[in-house]
Structures are given as structure tokens and as C-alpha cells.
Design a protein around this ligand. Structure first.
Ligand code: UD1
Length: 423
């Protein structure tokens, strides 16, 4: 059954919202739990479609997974490759994060080339290059990658681009490899630091996470560990932008402001007032908002996962703004839906030029990927009248209880069965 959102727009968001644990941190953490036969315990893993699919893959491999009362317990005593793994692995790109841990535990594995959001070709060459340097061998077979490895050995790996997933895969394999690995030009995202913290709790020695050079001293026997997932900075950023775009005032709880520096800076530049606390943020929409220029990039630059949402805000800010996307080559598909809602956006190569209008108009639109869907929801909140958004399953991949949280902030949003999609 597919669902759609009905949004009666034109209300401002007010109140307090608690940010969930990070999806993008949870996925590699769950993969890393396969590195040991011991129990791993995670707190704060969000209830999301992507997480449910990852859990299905872990159980398909033979791991025991128990997700109850905000705690997830995983124990991978014995593992084996199954059809169930292949079925779910095809659906999500993050399945590729299993490659490093499965090479460690099984010595060989066959994984489908990953799917995921329709935002460009998203190759996996850097994952393969890094794991090959540690001693893995790969063969391509009609949409599959067959991987095998004897003993993995640490070495220097230089990434031509600081890929988040490749850095994570190499870190996980290196944590169980013989000797020291140095990842040069590594990704610096907070999710990388969270994974390093967990690997250290498992007995590996990871230093330098959060900088461009990560060193991993492997331990052939890693043990179980307990870990609390960091807050989701992209979910937090989405609520911050929604508060600003609807002219509201929202208090975010259980948030890490230090992970949101580029977003906070850009919102302030646009005229939004932001008060920062230890684990909290207060967002107050500005009376007078300004146009601006944004360029996405690897952390600590502005996150690509928040540019569609920011484009909506800039659509109702006077003057001309530009967004330049440097991470993915095809991340402006969402602009069609926004244009249907009256946004004045022109895409020119990797730059979107946005001319601010007074407001947006309600429409029937379709979410084409996760963050595109979030952008349409914010647009629906702004546009006075009824907006219908189909393709809600994209949002279910990455936003925990989205309609419940937005409704608690005063939004008029409901989830209904999408009769047309279910015919
Ligand atoms: C992760 C995030 C995703 C986010 C992205 C960039 C997860 C589960 N997903 O995705 O939400 O948008 O980081 O912040 O954490 N690339 C290659 N070869 C590779 C790997 C990547 O060319 O082997 C390219 C990609 O095509 C893309 C760029 O590098 O253009 C960034 O990709 P990467 O950092 O790997 O993103 P993901 O880990 O897939």
C-alpha cells in the first residue's frame, strides 16, 4: 500500500521537536556489528524504512536482531550469504556497507550493485579501490560484485574524493585487518567519527576520525560493544529550514549544533535568528530575509542532503539566490515539483538560480527521492491551500514520524492511502 501526504499549507510552525538518532550513522554502525560474534547494543537507532531493510539483510545473513524500547541488540554468531540478503541489498545503496564486514567474517561474498536515491550514477569504485589495497579481490558479474579476501593487511589508501561510504567500508575492514591502515583524504562527516567511536569500543584503535587522515590499527578479534547513535543532523536541518520557511519559531531538542555549523551560518546569513544551547537550538524566522549563494560540498561544507530543502526557503526570500551542487551530478530533479508549486527556479548545469516570490501555490506533486520529498513537504507547508504529495515511501526511508512531529508543531498534515498508486 502506498501513501500520500495531504497538507493544508499556510500555517507557521511553533513548538518543540526532539531529533531522532541519525540514519546515516546507524547504517554503518549496524553493518559494523557484523565484525564480531558478540552482542552489540545500540541506543537511538531510528525506526525507518532504510533501517528496517538493513535489519532484514542482517537477519537474512543469520544475525539475531532485536529492536525494542529504543534499544537494538544485534548478535552475529554465525553468518551465511542468502537470497534474502540479495533481495534487500538491491533496494538500498547502504547495503554496500556490508561489503567490508562480510569480507572480514566470510572471506567471500556476492553483493548486487546497490540502488538508492535517483540522484546520479553513484559508482562504488572508491570502495573497491580501498578494499583491494587491503587485499580483497573483485569480479563483476551481471549487476553483481563477487568479492573475496584471504587475510586483510593494513596499508595506505589515498581516496581521490572523500567518499563517506568508501571511508566507512575501509575503516570497518581495516579495524579487523593485520597492522595499520592510513586513509588519506578520508571523509570527515560526524557519522565517520561516530563509527570510529564504535570501532574503538569494539577493540580497534582508530585515530584522526573527523580529519582528512584516519589511522586504523586493526585487531583480528573485535568484541561486542554498546553505543548511542548521534542525532540526525539532516533531520534537524530539515526542521530548522521548515521553521524559517513558514515564519515560525521552533525549539530543537537532542541536536548537535556543532554538526550543523554550515547550515546555521547560512540560515543566519538569510536573516534567521538562531540561539544555540548544549544539545538544543532555537530557530526564529527573520522578519526580513535575504537571498544568498550556497555551494554544497563534503563536510564541513554545506550538506548536499539539505540543498533541496534550502531551495524551498530561498524560493520565498526576496532577490536572486543560487545553489551550486558539487557532490552529486543529478540533484536538481526536485525542482520540477517546486516549479509546479510556483517556485521560480532555473537550473543551469550544476547551479540552480532561484528568484524569490511572495509565496508558493498548492499542487499535486510527487516525491522523487528522500530529500526531494522533504523539500516538497516544506513547500506544502508554505503554500496556502491543499497540497498532495505522493511517493511518501521515499520520506519513510529517512524521517522518523515526520507527520506526527510536524503536526505537533502545528502543521496540518495527514497521511492517507494513495488510491491512484494502489490501483
Ligand atoms: C552518504 C550519505 C548520503 C549523502 C552522501 C554525501 C549515507 C547512508 N548516505 O552517501 O545521504 O548524500 O554521503 O554526503 O551515509 N563516489 C564515487 N565513487 C565511489 C563512491 C562515491 O565516485 O566509490 C561519488 C558519488 O557518486 C558522489 C560522491 O562521490 O558523487 C559522494 O558520495 P559518497 O560520499 O560516497 O556518498 P554515500 O556514502 O553514498
Amino acid at each position: 500500500m502506498e501513501d500520500k501526504y495531504l497538507i493544508e499549507g499556510g500555517t507557521t510552525l511553533h513548538g518543540s521537536v526532539c531529533i531522532s538518532g541519525s540514519k546515516n550513522a546507524s547504517l554503518p554502525l549496524l553493518a559494523a556489528s557484523l565484525l564480531t560474534a558478540d552482542k552489540c547494543v545500540f541506543k537511538g537507532v531510528p525506526q525507518l524504512l532504510d533501517i528496517r531493510n538493513m535489519v532484514k539483510m542482517l537477519s537474512g545473513l543469520g544475525a539475531q536482531v532485536n529492536h525494542q524500547g529504543g534499544q537494538m541488540v544485534i548478535q552475529a554468531r554465525e553468518l551465511r550469504e542468502t537470497e534474502k540478503l540479495h533481495l534487500y541489498a538491491r533496494k538500498m545503496r547502504a547495503s554496500f556497507l556490508l561489503l567490508g564486514p562480510l569480507l572480514v567474517r566470510l572471506g567471500e561474498v556476492c553483493l548486487p550493485l546497490p540502488g538508492g536515491c535517483a540522484i546520479g550514477s553513484r559508482p562504488v569504485d572508491l570502495h573497491l579501490k580501498g578494499l583491494s589495497a587491503l587485499g580483497a579481490r573483485f569480479q563483476m558479474e551481471k549487476g553483481y560484485i563477487r568479492a573475496s579476501a584471504g587475510e586483510l593487511r593494513g596499508c595506505d589508501v589515498t581516496l581521490s574524493y572523500p567518499s563517506v561510504g568508501a571511508t566507512e567500508n575501509i575503516m570497518m575492514a581495516a579495524a579487523a585487518a593485520q597492522g595499520k591502515t592510513r586513509i588519506i583524504n578520508a571523509a570527515m562527516e560526524p557519522e565517520i567519527v561516530d563509527l570510529a567511536d564504535f570501532l574503538n569500543k569494539m577493540g580497534a584503535r582508530v585515530t584522526g576520525a573527523g580529519t582528512r587522515v584516519i589511522e586504523v590499527e586493526g585487531k583480528p578479534e573485535l568484541h561486542g560493544a554498546a553505543h548511542t547513535v548521534i542525532p540526525d543532523r539532516i533531520e534537524a536541518g530539515t526542521y530548522m529550514i521548515a521553521a524559517a520557511a513558514t515564519g515560525g519559531q521552533v525549539h530543537l531538542q537532542r541536536v548537535a549544533p556543532e554538526h550543523l555549523r554550515a547550515v546555521i551560518d547560512k540560515l543566519r546569513e538569510a536573516g534567521v535568528t538562531i540561539e544555540e544551547g548544549n544539545n538544543e537550538l532555537l530557530i526564529k524566522a527573520g522578519r526580513k530575509m535575504h537571498s544568498l549563494k550556497i555551494t554544497t560540498g563534503p563536510y564541513p561544507s554545506f550538506p548536499t542532503d539539505l540543498q533541496p530543502q534550502f531551495a524551498v526557503l530561498l524560493s520565498v526570500v526576496p532577490g536572486e539566490s543560487t545553489i551550486t551542487e558539487t557532490v552529486f551530478e543529478n540533484r536538481f530533479l526536485y525542482t520540477r515539483g517546486l516549479q509546479q508549486m510556483g517556485a521560480q527556479i532555473r537550473v543551469d548545469g550544476c547551479t540552480a538560480r532561484i528568484r524569490g516570490t511572495k509565496s508558493l501555490i498548492p499542487a499535486q506533486v510527487e516525491a522523487t527521492d528522500l530529500r526531494a520529498g522533504a523539500a516538497l513537504v516544506i513547500a506544502g507547508l508554505i503554500a496556502p491551500g491543499r497540497t498532495e504529495i505522493s511517493g511518501v515511501y521515499h520520506l519513510d526511508r529517512g524521517y522518523e514520524k515526520l507527520e506526527v512531529k510536524l503536526a505537533s508543531l502545528g502543521a496540518k498534515i495527514s497521511r492517507v492511502a494513495d488510491q491512484a498508486a494502489n490501483l
